[in-house]
Design a protein around this ligand. Structure first.
Ligand code: FEO
Ligand code: CA
Ligand code: CA
Ligand code: CA
Length: 672
C-alpha cells in the first residue's frame, strides 16, 4: 500500500461484523451470510434483527420528463463529481470538446455507472469518509466532441486524438470522499485516487489465463490485457475489493468474421445481436439499412479499429476474447494490478453480488445482459476466511460456474458448466476443447446444457436481510410468443420484470450453495393498468400512478433490506401504448416481504435523456449515491446542441455524467 495511510487490521472489521451478525442471528435466527449488495461493505448495519423492513414513508415523486433531476420532498441532492472533474492530484481543468488524452487520463470519465462505497479507514463502517469507486461504461462521441450529428459517421470520422480521449474516458475512478458539515467533498490530493482506463495493464487470472485463445501478438503469454471496457455495474466483496463488469465489449471490435481466424467462435455466440439493436444509440433506435455497417461485421460503434489493430478482428482475432470478464481490484492499494477473473466466465457481465459466510465457499451471482442470455452463479473452491484478508484475495480464481434453469413449477436448478462425455455439451458436439474454453464460451455451454434464456439479465443481487436474490430483467423486444416461459412470460417484452430466487431455507437463513432453488416473479414492470402487466406477479394493488416503472436495470438494498431499483428505459420509460409522454428514468423503492411487498414508490428522477445507474448506500443508510448516466442523450441531441446542459446549465458546458449524493434534510436514513 505505497503512500496510503495505515488502516486498522482486517480482524477488527471482521470482529465488528461478526458481532453484529451474531446479534442478528440471536434475534431472528438469521444465518451469518453476508450479502454485499448495493456496493456497500456493510449490508447488515442498522439491522434490528427483524427480517421485515420498516415501511418507506417518503412522499412520492411524480413521473416527469424535463431538463433537470428531481428528488422526493424532504431530501437534498448534491452533484459530487462530473465527467472531466479532477480525479488525480494536479489534474488539468476540463476543456469540453478540446480535451487531450493526457488530460482525460487524470479526470473523471464518462458514463458513470456502478458505484461502490468502501469506508475509510479500512475496517471501519464510517459513513462520512470513504472511497467512492465508480465505473465508466462507454463514450458517445456525438456528445463528447463538436461537429458530429450522425452516429455511424462518427465512427468513420473521429480523429485518432478523439479516439485516444475515448479510451481514457473508459474504465473506473477511485476517489476519496468525505462528508464535512453535511456536504460531501472529493479529497483532491488523496493517494487513493486512481484512474483505470482502456489502457491500464490488467492481469488475466484463473483457469483460462494463458489459454491459446487469449494469446495475441502483443501478449504471446495470454496473461496481460491493456484495459477494461464496457464497465457497467459491479460489486464489492466482503474482503474489501471492487468488482467491475465488462459488458458490451462487442462494440469495440470491428472486422469481417469470415476473414478472422476466430470465425467459428464469434459466430457461435452471436455477440453482435444485442449491440446492433442498441436503444441508446441516437439515430439508430432501430436497425437502419441505409446507415448501418455490413451485417457480417461486428458493429463498429467506436471506430477504434481504424487506429488500434487490436480492435480489428481480422488483424488481431483473439483480442476479442480478452474482454467480457469480471475484473477485481483492491481500491485500498492504488498500486494493485486489477485481475480479470476468468473463473466467473466470459459474457456481457452486467455486475455481480458476492455472498459469503466465514468458513464456507463464496458465491457470486451475475447476469449476462443480452437478449436470451443467462443468469450465472459462481461457487468458489476455497472458503472465505473472515479473519485473514490476504487469504481471500484470489478466491475468485478457482471454483465452479453454473447457469440457471427456471422451471414452470416455480423451482429451478443451477446447472454446472462443464463438458460432458456425450450429447450437446460434449467436446465433439460443442467444439469446445477444454475447461478454459468452456469459460471463454460460457454462453455456448450454458445454452447446450439447458439454461433458461432470459429477458436481458441486469443486476442480480441478494437482499442482505432475507437472502432472497433478485434478478433485474430489463426487456426483450425480440422474444416471440412461442418463446415465452414462466420466468419470461411476455412476448416482445418492452418493460422488463423482476424475478425472485429463493435459495432453500427460511428468510435470513437461505442456503446459497444449494444447486436447487424456488423462484417467483416479484413484479412485471410497466403500467400496472395494462392487461399484460396486470397478470401474475405484478405490482402491489396500492401502487400509485407514479409508482410504476419500466426497465429495471440496477438495484441496491438499503441497510434495512428495502429494494431500490434504478431504471434504464431511455428515452423515457415507454408506456404500453407507446404514444404517451415519456417518463424519466430514476429510482423506485419498495419492501420485499410483508403486506407492502412490491408496493413501489418513486423517489428520484433523472434529467431528460439520462438513465439511472449505481444506487449505493453508505453503511448507515443516510446517503444514497446515484449515477446519472448520459444526460441529454436522445434523438436530435448533440454536443453542439444538447437537449439539456445538466448539471451545470452553462452555455459553455455540455451535459455531463455525474454522481449525485442524496441525503435527508433532517439527517435521517434515506427512505424513512
Ligand atoms: Fe450497461 Fe446492462 O447495462
Ligand atoms: Ca446496467
Ligand atoms: Ca447494484
Ligand atoms: Ca443501463
Amino acid at each position: 500500500m505505497t503512500g496510503v495511510p495505515k488502516s486498522p487490521s482486517f480482524e477488527t472489521i471482521v470482529e465488528r461484523r461478526l458481532s453484529r451478525r451474531q446479534a442478528l442471528k440471536g434475534a431472528a435466527g438469521a444465518s451469518a451470510w453476508v450479502a454485499l449488495s448495493g456496493g456497500s461493505l456493510f449490508g447488515l448495519s442498522g439491522c434490528d434483527g427483524a427480517v421485515k423492513s420498516p415501511p418507506l414513508t417518503f412522499a412520492e415523486l411524480e413521473h416527469g420528463y424535463d431538463e433537470t433531476h428531481h428528488v422526493a420532498d424532504g431530501y437534498v441532492t448534491q452533484v459530487l463529481i462530473r465527467w472531466g472533474d479532477a480525479v488525480l492530484p494536479g489534474a488539468a481543468p476540463f476543456r469540453p470538446g478540446a480535451q487531450t488524452k493526457a488530460e482525460q487520463d487524470t479526470q473523471f470519465g464518462t458514463a458513470n455507472d456502478f458505484i461502490g462505497f468502501l469506508p475509510l479507514p479500512f475496517g471501519s463502517d464510517n459513513s462520512e469518509h470513504g472511497l467512492l469507486c465508480v465505473n465508466h461504461e462507454f463514450t458517445v462521441a456525438m456528445m463528447m466532441f463538436p461537429g458530429f450529428d450522425n452516429r455511424w459517421r462518427t465512427a468513420e470520422e473521429k480523429t485518432r486524438a478523439q479516439a485516444d480521449v475515448e479510451v481514457a474516458a473508459h474504465g473506473h475512478s477511485v476517489i476519496e470522499v468525505k462528508r464535512v458539515d453535511g456536504q460531501w467533498t472529493v479529497v483532491g490530493d488523496s493517494p487513493y485516487n486512481r484512474r483505470i482506463t482502456g489502457e491500464t495493464p490488467i492481469a488475466l487470472s484463473g483457469p483460462a489465463a494463458g489459454h491459446r485463445r487469449l494469446k495475441t501478438s502483443a501478449d504471446p503469454d495470454g496473461r496481460t490485457v491493456l484495459g477494461t471496457l464496457g464497465n457497467c455495474a459491479g460489486g464489492v466483496t466482503p474482503w474489501g475489493t471492487v468488482l467491475t463488469a465488462e459488458e458490451n465489449f462487442g462494440l469495440y471490435f470491428y472486422g469481417d468474421q469470415d476473414v478472422a481466424a476466430e470465425t467459428a467462435a464469434e459466430e457461435r455466440r452471436n455477440w453482435a445481436s444485442h449491440n446492433a439493436g442498441f436503444a441508446w444509440v441516437p439515430d439508430h433506435d432501430a436497425a437502419d439499412p441505409e446507415t448501418a455497417p455490413p451485417v457480417r461485421s461486428l458493429p463498429s460503434f467506436y471506430g477504434w479499429s481504424r487506429f488500434y489493430d487490436r480492435f480489428h478482428i481480422e488483424k488481431e482475432p483473439r483480442e476479442f476474447n480478452r474482454f467480457g470478464w469480471m475484473v477485481e481490484f483492491d481500491p485500498y492499494d492504488p498500486q494493485s494490478v486489477p485481475k480479470k477473473r476468468t473463473a466467473l466466465g466470459r459474457f456481457a457481465h452486467e455486475g455481480t453480488t458476492v455472498v459469503a459466510e466465514h468458513g464456507k465457499p463464496v458465491v457470486a451471482y451475475s447476469g449476462d445482459d443480452a437478449r436470451h442470455e443467462f443468469v450465472y452463479r459462481f461457487v468458489s473452491r476455497g472458503s472465505y476466511d473472515a479473519t485473514n484478508r490476504a487469504a481471500n484475495m484470489d478466491l475468485l480464481d478457482d471454483g465452479d460456474l453454473f447457469a440457471a434453469r427456471f422451471d414452470a413449477d416455480g423451482t429451478g436448478e443451477w446447472i454446472k458448466l462443464e463438458l460432458k462425455e456425450t450429447g450437446p455439451a460434449s467436446a465433439a458436439e460443442s467444439g469446445l476443447s477444454d475447461p478454459g474454453e468452456v469459460l471463454i464460451e460460457a454462453r455456448e455451454i450454458a445454452r447446450r446444457l439447458g439454461a433458461t434464456p432470459m429477458d436481458r439479465p441486469e443486476d442480480v443481487e441478494t437482499n442482505p436481510l432475507t437472502g432472497r436474490t433478485y434478478v433485474m430483467l430489463t426487456n426483450n423486444s425480440r422474444r416471440k410468443a412461442e418463446e415465452t416461459d414462466a420466468a419470461n412470460p411476455r412476448a416482445e417484452n418492452l418493460w422488463g420484470q423482476i424475478l425472485e430466487i429463493l435459495p432453500p431455507g427460511e428468510d435470513g437463513a437461505r442456503d446459497h450453495l444449494s444447486n436447487t432453488f424456488a423462484w417467483d416473479l416479484f413484479l412485471l414492470a410497466g403500467d400496472p393498468n395494462h392487461p399484460e402487466t396486470a397478470k401474475q406477479g405484478s405490482y402491489h394493488a396500492g401502487v400509485s400512478g407514479s409508482g410504476w416503472f419500466a426497465n429495471p436495470d440496477n438495484v441496491a438494498f438499503d441497510p434495512e433490506g428495502r429494494m431500490w431499483v434504478a431504471t434504464d428505459g431511455f428515452p423515457g420509460n415507454k408506456t404500453p401504448a407507446g404514444d404517451a409522454a415519456p417518463v424519466h428514468d430514476g429510482i423506485w423503492a419498495c419492501e420485499t416481504v410483508g403486506e407492502n411487498r412490491a408496493l413501489t414508490k418513486h423517489f428520484f428522477g433523472c434529467p431528460r435523456g439520462a438513465e439511472m445507474c449505481g444506487p449505493c448506500f453508505t453503511p448507515d443508510g443516510t446517503t444514497l449515491f446515484v449515477a446519472v448516466q448520459h444526460p441529454g442523450l436522445e434523438r436530435g441531441s448533440t454536443f453542439d446542441n444538447p437537449s439539456t446542459r445538466w448539471p451545470d446549465f452553462d452555455p459553455d458546458m455540455p451535459p455531463r455524467d455525474a454522481v449525485v449524493a442524496i441525503t435527508k434534510k433532517d439527517g435521517g436514513t434515506v427512505g424513512s
